[in-house]
Design a protein around this ligand. Structure first.
Ligand code: F3S
Length: 399
């Protein structure tokens, strides 16, 4: 791999221990994937923030990097933590966990990383533009950045994203290269879609078909007339979860499609398949739901405004978490949405989500509009799930 003089200096330790460690990670990665050089990145999103996933070993590694002079060289934001940094007691998070989680966030902050704690960095001040090379982890955000924004990133892991932050570099391979961004299969959608639940179900149906093909396909999706930001957010999380997809093109909607030709290889996704994908995510028995959550990926301010309308003057009967970025919550505070939502008994779980918080064993069944939340609720926390449209999720909380 050809390195510039500055990159060689980083690798030789001339810019400190942490920078050397970070460059070693990137060179190893670039060598594995056959990268010929490094690229300068303008934005980083680091996942792997919850102490529940990191444990003592992860915390020790972060502290070592911070002590070793590690400092972010470009705008770097963080994925959700294992708790709401301010409201953790009300969410039933233990004192010990909270202490360790705060140490994790302090280590990131010492490295100059913005402790945004959100999986929608594009709604919270980290919004790269078309063609920018970036290094993001968090599969839903990676898919959104590549596909909807037209920025360029591989699906980084937490350590490689952090290494990119500390060096401002990432190896030039994968979705950074034009050749790897070309679509490989056309997907014709023959279903009527409205709302985050439908787009999530579509993402599951397409993702599973793509995963079954074995390769790493880039779908060119046709047949969708319009999609809102929230619907695309939901679709990205779902197709990334079920298909491992990091990049798609959606005709007439995402920015690269105009310059691309739909591949001859094609398959169709029907209404019946989308309906079946949705139905497959509900296994909770009637009356079993004891936990409700919206905000996977984190809610936008428009979704919170709608939620406030639905909850105004009502009382929820179940534990109900509203997960969003702290900057979005600040807007909700200003607009009075927070007051309305909290008066209903629902709780903001800002900075975190129902997947990364340590809540295994606390609930039996989760109601949500998120396919990704369903997937992890079942696989990580062993909850049953009820997958339904946004408004019906709220009705379930009020039952
Ligand atoms: Fe975000 Fe948590 Fe879902 S990190 S995409 S809300 S699993």
């Amino acid at each position: 791999m050809e390195l510039t003089i500055e990159e060689q200096d980083m690798l030789a330790g001339g810019q400190g221990w942490a920078t050397r460690k970070a460059m070693e990670i990137l060179v190893a990665l670039g060598t594995i994937y056959g990268a010929e050089r490094m690229l300068a990145v303008t934005s980083v999103q680091v996942a792997g923030v919850s102490y529940d996933n990191l444990g003592e070993a992860g915390l020790a590694f972060l502290s070592e990097l911070a002590d070793g002079g590690g400092r972010a060289r470009v705008l770097t934001t963080l994925n959700p933590a294992g708790m709401d940094v301010e409201n953790w007691r009300a969410l039933g998070i233990g004192e010990d966990f909270a202490g360790q989680q705060m140490r994790v966030l302090e280590a990131f902050a010492r490295m100059g990383i913005v402790t945004s704690c959100s999986c929608t960095p594009y709604l919270a001040g980290n919004l790269p533009h078309f063609g920018e090379h970036i290094a993001w982890s968090e599969s839903s955000a990676v898919c959104f950045a590549n596909s909807v924004l037209g920025a360029r990133t591989n699906r980084e892991g937490g350590p490689s994203a952090l290494a990119a932050a500390l060096t401002g570099r990432t190896p030039a391979y994968g979705y950074h290269l034009d050749a790897e961004r070309r679509p490989t299969v056309t997907v014709r959608v023959g279903a009527r879609l409205a709302g985050s639940r439908d787009f999530g179900a579509l993402g599951k149906a397409i993702g599973e078909r793509l995963a079954a093909s074995g390769a790493r396909p880039v779908p060119f999706i046709t047949g969708i007339e319009r999609a809102s930001l929230e619907e695309l957010k939901s679709f990205c999380a779902s197709v990334a979860t079920y298909g491992g997809t990091a990049l798609f093109h959606m005709e007439g909607i995402t920015p690269e499609t105009a310059a691309l030709t739909p591949p001859a290889e094609a398959f169709e996704v029907t209404q019946a398949e989308v309906d079946a994908a949705a139905q497959s995510l509900s296994d909770a028995a009637p009356g079993e739901v004891d936990f409700v959550s919206l905000g996977c990926p984190h809610l936008s301010i428009a979704e919170i405004a709608h939620l406030a309308d639905l909850l105004r003057g009502r009382r929820v009967t179940k534990e109900f978490w509203i997960t969003t970025a702290r900057s979005t919550k600040a807007l909700a505070d200003r607009m009075g949405y927070t007051r309305v939502i909290e008066a209903s008994g629902a709780k903001f779980a800002t900075d975190t989500c129902c997947v990364v918080a340590p809540i295994g064993g606390r609930f039996t069944a989760l109601a949500t509009d998120s396919t990704k939340a369903c997937y992890y609720a079942a696989s990580k926390n062993r909850f049953h799930t009820l997958f339904m449209p946004f408004d019906e999720v709220v009705r379930e909380a009020l039952k």
